[in-house]
Write a protein that binds this ligand. Structure first.
Ligand code: FAD
Length: 414
């Protein structure tokens, strides 16, 4: 319920989050002649995560140029403003209510924004030390990649000289580049799994930079009284190993930035930690859409930018009167090796283009067949040899084509 006395405003589409997905979506909506489009961004400048990534490579697909993160963020912002998008910074959305009602907090106080459609584009963040159950002492000098980026690029702070990077996802590359900006030289990358999580690009890069990689390193513990002094972990053979260091960069293990979503009336998917959406990006309240990394952790900026543009086209079709059917199919994960599948629902709609791929992520390595079953039996099957965290995309099936099925199930046939 809307609190009486608060100032109210109306717009056609309100976008929560001014990162690559939100800004690309806003610009595309305006290009498609959708009226008043407002981007709400809690930071003092819009642009999202790339604003903090003062390194290459960004923008190759979008602008056919190799840009650093802040330049890319600026280009996205300028494109949106040129199209007539209203970008409101220092403006935090504090609650989502049914019927597109947003509670907002900015320098002028609290207010209400009502929108015909709302799009959630709040992105991801890395898991904290507590969320990763990293034990040991509590000294200074333990930061996530995101926090390091803010210190180094935005404030010029050098929190340590020779840190250890925990985790080997692609973002660890970003951690190395960020560190190099102020002459910080990581002494090691420590990974709990027995393989590099990032694709093979990282290995030659580590060799080039002379950064040793420690695999199968479990139970990490941080040691140090005031400042970090060492990282200790358990080797595959059970022995303990000590790396002397003056800082720890906790990288990766992304989670959707979903605090707003979780406090709302919208359903959250347990697998992704993001919203439960259909193939058009609609949440369980169809006034609300979601796109970008909030949908699942985590993709590159170019990928999220494209998702934003595609979602804008679906929203424009929706606002211009395209009709969704009442039939719906729920998507189930029927094997513990599968972490999640996006989208989580399929809605019947004539002549509207939804996502043309399922996005799948695994919990453990799989070398077997991935199958989709409906009420009447198998609908699709393919050999799969893949590892966790890496993107798996398969063509979207049409469960409405040969009669209705109430649900489809993703399973692994070993
Ligand atoms: C530490 C880190 C490093 C990364 N490095 C790279 C890299 O080097 N290259 C790469 O391609 N990708 C990188 N990524 C992935 C990155 O998430 C994507 O590149 C891209 O930024 C995702 O775009 P997005 O629009 O979905 O979300 P984001 O860019 O995260 O934008 C979300 C925006 O929503 C705003 N927001 C959140 N909640 C609210 C609220 N309640 N009210 C108002 N505003 C809100 C945030 O302030 C933010 O600006 C990195 C991610 C992280 C976390």
């Amino acid at each position: 319920m809307v609190e009486p006395g608060l100032q109210e405003e109306h717009c056609r589409v309100a976008i929560v989050g001014g990162g690559p997905a939100g800004l690309a979506l806003a610009a595309e909506l305006r290009r498609l002649s959708i009226g008043k489009v407002i981007v709400l961004e809690r930071e003092s400048r819009a642009g999202g995560t790339p604003r903090h990534c003062g390194h290459y490579p960004f923008g190759l697909y979008e602008y056919m140029r190799l840009l650093k993160g802040p330049d890319y963020a600026r280009r996205n912002l300028e494109s949106a403003i040129l199209r007539g998008v209203e970008v409101r910074t220092d403006t935090t959305v504090t609650a989502l209510q049914p019927d597109g009602v947003l509670e907002i907090l900015n320098g002028k106080g609290r207010s209400i924004l009502r929108a015909d459609r709302v799009v959630l584009c709040t992105g991801v963040r890395e898991s904290s030390r507590a969320q990763r159950f990293i034990g040991g002492d509590r000294p200074r000098g333990v930061v996530t990649t995101g926090a390091l980026q803010s210190m180094v690029y935005l404030k010029g702070i050098k929190p340590f000289e020779r840190p250890v990077i925990l985790g080997s996802e692609l973002v660890s590359l970003s951690a190395i580049q960020t560190a190099a900006h102020l002459g910080i030289k990581p002494v090691a990358i420590v990974e709990e799994e027995n393989h590099l999580i990032a694709r093979s690009i990282l290995r030659p890069y580590l060799t080039l930079k002379s950064i040793p990689l420690h695999l199968s390193a479990t139970n990490p513990r941080i040691l140090g009284q005031e400042k970090v002094e060492a990282l200790e972990y358990t080797n595959k053979d059970g022995s303990r190993q000590l790396i002397e260091t003056d800082g720890i960069i906790i990288s990766g293990r992304f989670r959707p930035e979903a605090a707003l979503l979780k406090a709302s009336h919208l359903a959250v998917d347990a697998g992704t930690g993001g919203p439960d959406i259909d193939q058009f990006g609609r949440c369980t309240d169809p006034v609300y859409y979601a796109t970008g990394n909030l949908l699942r952790p985590a993709e590159t900026s170019g990928y999220c930018w494209r998702e934003g543009v595609e979602t804008a086209r679906r929203i424009a079709a929706d606002l211009n009167g395209s009709e969704f059917g009442t039939l719906s199919v729920s998507v189930h994960v029927a094997d513990p090796a599968i972490r999640y599948v996006v989208p989580q629902r399929l809605t019947h709609a004539n002549g509207m283009d939804g996502m043309n791929r399922f996005y799948i992520s695994l919990k453990e390595p799989v070398n077997a067949s991935l199958a989709i079953h409906g009420d009447q039996g198998q609908l699709w099957k393919r050999r799969l040899n893949a590892r966790p965290v890496r993107r798996i995309e398969i063509p979207m099936i049409d469960p409405f084509r040969n009669g209705h099925t109430s649900a489809i199930h993703f399973s692994i046939q070993r």
